[in-house]
Design a protein around this ligand. Structure first.
Ligand code: M6R
Length: 369
């Protein structure tokens, strides 16, 4: 079943361009998003929503955090992202104008399932983003938008993550059209950005050797930090989770803006820090802020590995290593920037002789509380 690959994870990392492409397939028509599965749910109900609460666990919750930025920007609806196991124990405020969007690769995660059931009992509507046809969570929801990543066998989620972001972006563009918050030109432009991702992912995968080499050099590392900002922040969290679960290395992801509020105290000479650098072309002008974060940690001896877009020269004087990703509109960068972090964790785990498909203590789907 591994089809010549040394592990399922390696195979699934390589399948990411296809996972994105198949998730878009049939849902992009003449520059517009069409999601047939949402027809029965109805556009009127989508217009009637006042806010969205995303419920998910682990990597799926980070896909939700990425999508929060895009959906709020495009559809102008407040989006909150909650870990499923926290959500249902805090008496969340819900009503018929709340849309709960669950995200689950397996569709069987107990906490997410219970969160969906609870939300519907309180009168909220529920849409699920799921990779497994006919799973329990979609059956318990009002509608489902499937990700078409194909079966994900390795415990560490990779291709399901990029497919989840893809499905959520399609959903966000659909919402923006229904609610009239983006015009046709903006819808078509964003959809074209999404459709260009598979080819760019191929390019990122083709450049993985440098990251693999870095991971092998760093096989003895005991702690790695990850920084990101805006959509790069959830990617920092995801990079840290991958490293923990695959290589059993202590890792933390931080929002770069938090550095001065505590985490910078962790920086000592030799501390490796991955920094997901926002595009210098972004409208919010976050790039110089993150470059100055890099300078601050470098001055304290950090070993900086920057994930930066092609042509971004500002990082060169301060980063020890630069991993390049192709140009993409800022909201779409997470789909590319996550790949070197997945590869880094996988290669480092392999360098330590660990089983990347079945890390210790973990199950592919967590069907108990
Ligand atoms: O099947 P689900 O998407 O609901 O699973 C959620 C998490 O258990 C899962 O993403 C987990 O964090 C992965 N092992 C991360 O690689």
């Amino acid at each position: 079943e591994k089809g010549g690959w040394s592990s399922f994870m390696r195979k699934e990392v390589a399948e990411q361009p296809e996972a994105v492409q198949k998730t878009i397939l049939g849902r992009a028509v003449d520059g517009k998003v069409v999601i047939p599965e949402l027809e029965a749910f109805g556009d009127d109900r989508l217009r009637d929503i006042h806010r969205i609460t995303v419920v998910a666990c682990g990597t799926a919750s980070y896909a939700g955090l990425v999508a929060k930025y895009a959906i709020e920007q495009w559809a102008r609806i407040p989006v909150e992202v909650e870990l499923s196991h926290e959500f249902r124990y805090r008496e969340p405020v819900l009503d018929e104008h709340t849309l709960v969007v669950s995200i689950s690769q397996s569709g069987e995660t107990m906490d997410t399932l219970m969160a969906v059931k609870y939300a519907r009992e309180q009168g909220a509507k529920a849409i699920s983003i799921c990779n497994t046809q006919g799973a329990t969570i979609p059956r318990e929801s009002d509608a489902v938008v499937y990700t078409h990543a194909g079966p994900e066998v390795a415990v560490a989620s990779t291709k399901a993550f990029v497919a989840q972001i893809t499905a959520l972006y399609l959903f966000g563009l659909h919402l923006a059209r229904v609610r009239g918050t983006l015009d046709d030109a903006a819808l078509a432009e964003n959809l074209a950005e999404l459709q260009a991702i598979p080819e760019k992912l191929e390019a990122v995968l083709g450049e993985s050797d440098g990251v693999a080499q870095l991971a092998h050099w760093m096989a003895d590392t005991r702690s790695v930090l990850f920084l990101g900002r805006h959509v790069g922040y959830p990617i920092a969290l995801e990079g840290a989770l991958k490293l923990k679960e695959l290589a059993y290395i202590h890792a933390e992801g931080f929002a770069a803006g938090e550095l001065k509020h505590g985490p910078i105290a962790l920086i000592e000479p030799g501390q490796p820090v991955f920094v997901v650098v926002p595009s210098p072309r972004g409208s919010q002008n976050l790039h110089p802020k993150v470059v100055s974060n890099i300078q601050e940690i470098r001055a304290r001896g950090a070993r900086v590995i920057a994930i930066a877009e092609e042509g971004d020269a500002a990082v060169l004087p301060f980063a020890d290593e630069v991993v390049r990703i192709p140009l993409a509109a800022p909201l779409f960068e997470p789909l590319l920037a996550v790949v070197p972090l997945q590869v880094f964790a996988m290669e480092l785990a392999e360098a330590k002789g660990l089983d990347v498909d079945q890390p210790r203590n973990l199950a592919k789907s967590v069907t108990v509380e």
